[in-house]
Design a binder for this molecule. Structure first.
Ligand SMILES: [Zn+2]
Length: 366
């Protein structure tokens, strides 16, 4: 980390150094990158196997950093994901590679827009950030119908912009408000659990997502059915959602993974235990992302697997089951909009936080 700073500031002192900030798309492949900068291919061959895999899939629009001294290569920084970058340093004619964290600068920003056209247009015009719209919709979509926002609605957003080389890579919304003649809705990010709550400590999103995936259709509902493979009448104790193999499957609520593995009939599966006696089952998976294991706590929306066709299955689909107090219930009848209300100590902490935050950012709580 120290080295990064030293090298980054040298160019302003010594004129022989030149910093090049480029887009990865000019190279397309790691091989081209090495070739065009007259770097030995051994850099690639000497990379550990897991890194070789990463450098094959560097996103096309990533910003890379090149430092040269009298046109001689000194250092390169190539992001391999949102947190890590590959550093190549030349010292005494030797090339060393290392994975180092990406250093972001965070900047607090505030924006207020009146919706004259539509949300994404007006928000983009004011901020030149397209990611902001999706995040706003995601926070409020259980409470607000964005298709019928009244004219003159104002949206206020306080957010932290994560910057790398003065380019905003991500935003974290700390507060947002939607206000019009009919309603005012405040959303505060609770730093203690990562959810958004209004000023009374009521969550904006329901405890459950409406569905654990984006699906094309439902091929089988909850109830008795003639089993397509077993050719017997059987209880179908879940819902089958159809989509392509590999579609990400999300945890419908916060919880703890209590099972990951093969279940007879269900194939590759994940089970999650949630608050208030709920367990969810995700079956016929193709596989799991890295970092999904029994005992792990996951947040609502975390990808816990990929849609597949494993076990007794007639085609790619997700079998989704919900158990409440030991009994399978109809997932489609689940009240997804049941709100979480903070109480006790958690509520006290949250209210103290939003009081302080509101004063600092001149937000009037009604
Ligand atoms: Zn099923």
């Amino acid at each position: 980390m120290k080295k990064f700073f030293i090298l980054l500031f040298i160019p302003f002192i010594l004129f022989a150094y030149k910093v090049d900030i480029q887009k990865w798309k000019s190279y397309k492949t790691f091989y081209n990158f090495l070739k065009q900068n007259n770097l030995p291919l051994s850099i690639y061959y000497n990379l550990p196997i897991n890194l070789k895999r990463y450098v094959r899939f560097i996103p096309q629009n990533e910003t890379i950093f090149l430092l040269k001294e009298n046109n001689d290569f000194k250092e390169a920084l190539i992001p391999i994901n949102s947190e890590k970058q590959l550093q190549i340093i030349k010292t005494d004619n030797k090339y060393n590679t290392k994975i180092i964290p990406i250093i972001y600068n965070e900047e607090r920003k505030e924006v207020q827009v009146t919706i004259d056209n539509y949300l994404s247009y007006d928000l983009y015009k004011a901020t030149h950030l397209s990611i902001l719209t999706n995040k706003i919709i995601d926070i409020f979509n259980d409470r607000v119908n964005f298709r019928t926002l009244p004219k003159g609605t104002t949206i206020t957003v306080v957010y932290n912009a994560k910057k790398r080389f003065s380019e905003i890579k991500d935003v974290k919304i700390l507060y947002a408000q939607i206000k019009n003649n009919f309603y005012t809705i405040n959303a505060f990010l609770n730093p203690y659990d990562g959810r958004y709550y209004d000023e009374k400590g009521k969550s904006l999103k329901g405890m459950f997502l409406k569905a654990p995936l984006r699906y094309k259709r439902i091929s089988s509902k909850f109830g008795m059915r003639f089993h397509p493979i077993l050719h017997k009448w059987r209880m179908h104790d879940g819902v089958d959602f159809v989509n392509k193999i590999g579609t990400p499957i999300h945890a419908v609520a916060d919880g703890k993974i209590i099972y990951k593995g093969w279940i007879r009939g269900y194939g590759r599966s994940v089970k999650i235990r949630h608050k208030n006696g709920y367990i969810t089952l995700y079956a016929h998976l193709h596989g799991w992302p890295r970092g999904i294991y029994v005992g792990k706590w996951v947040k609502q929306g975390t990808v816990i697997g990929y849609l597949g066709n494993s076990g007794l299955s007639t085609g790619p689909h997700l079998h989704f089951g919900v158990m409440h107090n030991g009994k399978w219930i109809n997932p489609l009848k689940l009240k997804h909009n049941v709100k979480i209300t903070l109480y006790g100590k958690q509520r006290k902490k949250f209210l103290a936080y939003i009081n302080k935050f509101s004063k600092e950012n001149n937000i009037a709580l009604k």
